[in-house]
Structures are given as C-alpha cells and as structure tokens.
Design a protein around this ligand. Sequence first.
Ligand SMILES: CC(C)(COP(=O)(O)OP(=O)(O)OC[C@H]1O[C@@H](n2cnc3c(N)ncnc32)[C@H](O)[C@@H]1OP(=O)(O)O)[C@@H](O)C(=O)NCCC(=O)NCCS
Length: 147
Amino acid sequence: MTIDLLTEQEIPEVCEIEMECFTHPWSEQSLRESYANPDARFFAAREDGKIIGYISAEIILDEGYIMNLAVRPEFRGRGAGKNLVKYIIKRFKNDLKFFTLEVRESNVGAISLYENLGFEFAGTRKKYYRNPTENALLFTLNFYKGK
Ligand SMILES: CC(C)(COP(=O)(O)OP(=O)(O)OC[C@H]1O[C@@H](n2cnc3c(N)ncnc32)[C@H](O)[C@@H]1OP(=O)(O)O)[C@@H](O)C(=O)NCCC(=O)NCCS
C-alpha cells in the first residue's frame, strides 16, 4: 500500500468510494469544489494502482480540519484507515496547532481509530448529521499545549 496526493482525475473513483461508504455521500460536484479549494488537501491509499481509501483535510493557517476518511469495505481492517490518518499527522504536525474532526456518535470503528492515534473528545454537535439524524462528536489532536 502506498499513500500519496490524490489527482483530480481520480475524483470519480473517490465518488465511488463515497457511495460505498456513506448514507449521505459527497456528490462528485461537492468533491470537485472541495478539491479546488486551495486550503484542501486530498491523499489516496493505493494498491496495484487502485484507490482503496482516501482522506481529505483543510489546512487553514495553523489549524487542521479532517474533512473525510473512507476505506473501501473490502479493504478494511488492514491498516489503511490508520495509515491515512498517521500520514497526514506526520505531514502537517509541525505546521499546525491541532487537527480536529467530527464523527457520527454511532461510528465506534472510526472513534476507536481516532482515539488510538491520540485524538481526544472535545464536544458534541447535536443532530449534526442527516440520513439518519445523529449527533456529531468532535475529536481533536493537539500538537502543543499552553500559550
Ligand atoms: C473508519 C474506517 C476509515 C477504518 O478504516 P480501516 O482501514 O478499516 O481501519 P484500520 O484497519 O486502519 O483500523 C485501525 C483501527 O481502527 C479501529 N477500527 C477500525 N474499524 C473498526 C471496527 N469496525 N470496530 C472497532 N474498531 C475498529 C481499530 O481500533 C483499529 O485498530 P487496530 O489497528 O489496533 O486493530 C473504515 O471503516 C470506513 O471507511 N468506514 C466508513 C467511513 C467512515 O466511517 N469514515 C469515518 C468518517 S469520520
């Protein structure tokens, strides 16, 4: 498995992954708009040239927001999700105060992945998600404390 920048030509593949992974997937148009945002960074995990998962984040000055993380169902449980998050932590931690993200309250797999990597619970956004309606939990990984 390799992890590297996602190219614009690969957006349709990401769209496919979104549909496999989420009840309320990002549309191709939203993905293209997000990709075009100069603050956004997209990375793909690949095996034999095929994208098996991706992560996207927005880097706004010294703040990092993880926008999405998804691994194709048939490639789960083999470390791709963890490696994608570890990859962006390593790549950006010297420039950032923190990475933060929202996750569905029921998504125990993703929550345990984030907690294992040091993310800490930072609050709840009530009824944040649709299809189905659900609270979002906020998790943050701080790179330095104080000041
Ligand atoms: C969450 C997701 C990205 C994990 O990807 P993955 O490649 O299967 O995860 P990994 O194999 O790297 O697992 C890493 C850790 O996550 C946790 N984890 C992953 N899936 C889990 C599950 N179903 N139940 C419990 N823990 C789980 C474990 O703590 C695991 O640690 P380990 O390496 O010590 O076993 C994947 O399940 C997915 O795409 N889900 C649908 C989309 C989604 O929910 N995205 C997150 C949005 S915030």
